[in-house]
Design a protein around this ligand. Structure first.
Ligand SMILES: Nc1ncnc2c1ncn2[C@@H]1O[C@H](COP(=O)(O)OP(=O)(O)OP(=O)(O)O)[C@@H](O)[C@H]1O
Ligand SMILES: [Mg+2]
Length: 367
């Protein structure tokens, strides 16, 4: 190959992008569209140019707000696992990526459907069922390995009682490392065992508070945690334990990203009525309750930014990569969405949730 990528014509790169890509101008009108996106929208470039992008694409996420955020912060935004439809075709689950285009002031919108992409590469079911069976297998293995491990750790503990100091250190190492493996296996088991949420009216601040209290006595001991709450926030409709697990995982990631020196985590809640979820049937449902977990750590490593919500994707040496996959599953089971916005020095995970229906918000009547 001769020449560098700088010499490739931009048009050729644009045309050969294997995923739907759209350029959006400052008024959210379509300024350019690649051939895969024409196909996706089942319309010609000519008929799409200068059309409001959100009229042509129905995305099951608060897009107006997302586009504004990318413009404001000039950093890319990823929204995972949302349904995208054109109104004519059945919705496709996509990971939506919005990136700023710097000087041009436009935005680049990519619709990445893991399923369609794999389809095109001819290995859809292989990939999906491999992922599914990998988790199933891991779960089974986790279960089976735990018993012999308990034996190993028990035996090492007994042995260590009769050893000199130097050898005891080695036996203790066995005990410690087996404990670490058990913990990891428990996480794998837990991932395969998420039950459907048992939803009732839940005060988001209670769930955040439980997570915060548990965090500060453990992994977030070095972190300064700031609560920036809107106390008038109404209750959400959720499984309180699962919600607490979501916040705990997000706080844990923020603390781990900040490293040994510590840092600051801001827990912010606010109400934003503008956020509506566009459903496939055209009905809108509001997700006005916003919870942000903001840290001032180094930011998400660019090489994994697109896949942090996938299982087993980790940027940490000892990470299992299951935390955010679990978070994403729980939030989508609750009809909410999670998005992330990260630059070095500021990472924001935002969870958007519905308000509890009025009936649920009343305390149950005792009979
Ligand atoms: N606040 C954050 N700042 C920087 N990077 C983050 C942040 N949150 C997540 N990440 C990155 O995303 C990766 C995936 O996170 P996830 O919680 O899924 O897995 P993990 O933390 O590596 O392992 P586990 O949660 O299973 O122990 C992390 O390893 C880290 O690289
Ligand atoms: Mg984690």
């Amino acid at each position: 190959m001769s020449g560098s990528i700088d010499h490739l014509p931009a048009g050729a790169i644009w045309a050969s992008l294997p995923v739907p890509a759209l350029l959006i101008d400052t008024a959210n009108l379509i300024a350019a569209i690649n051939p895969v996106a024409e196909n996706f929208l089942n319309a010609s470039q000519k008929s799409l140019l200068q059309q409001p992008v959100l009229d042509r694409l129905s995305i099951d996420a608060p897009m107006d707000e997302a586009l504004d955020r990318v413009r404001r912060n000039q950093s890319a935004l990823f929204i995972n696992d949302v349904d995208v439809t054109t109104g004519e075709r059945p919705p496709v689950q996509c990971n939506v990526q919005i990136a700023p285009l710097g000087d041009v002031r436009g935005l680049l919108l990519l619709l990445i459907s893991p399923r369609e992409l794999a389809d095109r590469l001819g290995r859809v079911d292989a990939v999906r069922s491999a992922a599914r069976s990998a988790i199933g297998m891991a779960e089974m293995l986790a279960h089976e390995i735990k018993n012999p491990l308990a034996g190993i750790s028990g035996a090492a503990q007994l042995i260590s009682e009769n050893l000199n100091a130097e050898d005891r250190e080695l036996a203790d190492l066995i005990v410690e490392e087996t404990r670490r493996i058990v913990k990891l296996l428990e996480q794998v088991e837990q991932f395969g065992n998420i039950r459907p949420p048992e939803c009732r009216a839940v005060n988001i601040h209670d769930a955040l508070d439980r997570a915060r209290r548990s965090a500060v006595v453990g992994f977030a001991a070095k972190m300064q945690i700031i609560e920036d709450y809107d106390p008038s926030l109404p209750a959400t409709f959720a499984d309180a334990d699962q919600l607490m697990q979501v916040f705990l995982n997000l706080i844990k990631n923020a603390a781990e990203a900040s490293g040994k020196t510590g840092g600051t985590i801001r827990l912010r809640t606010f109400y934003d009525l503008a956020l509506r979820l566009r459903r496939k049937d055209g009905q809108g449902s509001a997700l006005p309750l916003q919870v942000e977990i903001i840290d001032d750590g180094p930011g998400i490593k660019p090489e994994i930014a697109e896949s942090i919500f996938d299982p087993f994707v980790s940027g940490r040496e000892n990470g299992t990569g299951l935390g955010l996959a679990l978070v994403s599953k729980i939030i989508s089971d609750h009809g909410g969405i999670i998005s992330v916005d990260s630059v070095p020095g500021r990472t924001v995970f935002r969870v958007s949730l519905p308000v509890a229906p009025r009936e649920a918000a009343q305390p149950a009547m005792e009979i």
